[in-house]
Design a protein around this ligand. Structure first.
Ligand SMILES: NC(=O)c1ccc[n+]([C@@H]2O[C@H](COP(=O)([O-])OP(=O)(O)OC[C@H]3O[C@@H](n4cnc5c(N)ncnc54)[C@H](OP(=O)(O)O)[C@@H]3O)[C@@H](O)[C@H]2O)c1
Length: 250
């Protein structure tokens, strides 16, 4: 497929590299034009402009901090066919993204993103850490294969993106419509806990929307307070332990 990715950081860069390795034609755009050519070469992708990265592609992946999304030109997707799928990987963290009143009032992040860009989105690649995405993939059918959540209102788009997720090494669990995508936002049992399909389904069901923002902020505060930087494995164990009912809580 032809795929455009905005953001070449921990998630956008990893997704780009994996999709290139899976045989897709990927072009990328990121904020710092001085690094873009080198970064694109590292990823096996082509460097692009913001205007061109969304054109002549079948899928666009937005992988930037939430706070950046409203700064995209309002006509970025003007003239782009309706069947071009837009995927949002973002997670809102007030400590990083600042105050976004609608999100602080509980608006579902994916719905907010769709409004900002004036176009429906499929929410995916947001509930696994970049390290998991890079190193935790396995071939289809592997025992205990880690699953990724997906949400959205377009079943065909979800099927296409689920196929890409499978190609890069993960099972997929459909969490429902975009309005259900809070179930894999930060502060939920499904968020960055490295679960298999059965476990992820249970975790998505167990989420509590009204508690998620508090859990998210308290988790970040605890991680920031740590004297030494936690390892990836320690972060996953920590995330699981936020929810005593998590099947993988020690
Ligand atoms: N890290 C994770 O484990 C993880 C997991 C799941 C989801 N997410 C979410 O995915 C999103 C991306 O996360 P990340 O960890 O990949 O972030 P990151 O490593 O900080 O990378 C952010 C990327 O966004 C680009 N960017 C910033 N401002 C931009 C602009 N105005 N226009 C175009 N590109 C811009 C940056 O470009 P330059 O490189 O040129 O500065 C960089 O490539 C976030 O919303 C995050 O919450 C992260």
């Amino acid at each position: 497929m032809k795929i455009g990715i905005i953001g070449t950081g921990a998630i956008g860069g990893t997704v780009a590299k994996k999709l290139v390795n899976a045989g897709h034609r990927v072009k990328v755009y990121s904020a710092d034009g001085s690094k873009l050519k080198t970064r694109a070469r590292e990823l096996g992708a082509s460097p692009s402009t913001l205007n061109d990265v969304v054109r002549d592609v079948e899928v666009v992946i937005l992988s930037v901090p939430t706070t950046v999304i409203p700064s995209f030109p309002k006509d970025l997707f003007a003239g782009i066919a309706k069947d071009v799928i837009v995927v949002d990987t973002s997670n809102y963290y007030p400590f990083r993204d600042g105050d976004i009143p609608e999100l602080q009032d509980g608006k579902v992040e994916g719905e907010w993103v769709a409004e900002q860009i004036g176009r429906p989105v499929t929410k995916a690649f947001n509930n696994l850490l970049a390290h998991t995405l890079e190193h935790g993939g396995n071939p289809q059918g592997a025992e205990g294969r880690i699953a990724m959540a997906i949400s959205g209102d377009d079943e065909k788009a979800k099927a296409t993106i689920s196929g890409l997720i499978n190609e890069v090494g993960f099972d997929v669990v459909d969490a429902g419509s975009l309005s259900d995508s809070w179930r894999h936002q930060p502060g939920t049992p499904a968020y960055c806990t490295e679960l298999n399909t059965t476990e992820l389904k249970d975790a998505l069901d167990a989420g509590e929307k009204e508690k998620a923002a508090h859990i998210r902020d308290s988790a970040i505060a605890q991680l920031i307070e740590r004297v030494t930087q936690p390892s990836h494995e320690e972060i996953v164990v920590f995330n699981r332990a936020l929810f005593p009912t998590n099947p993988k809580t020690a």
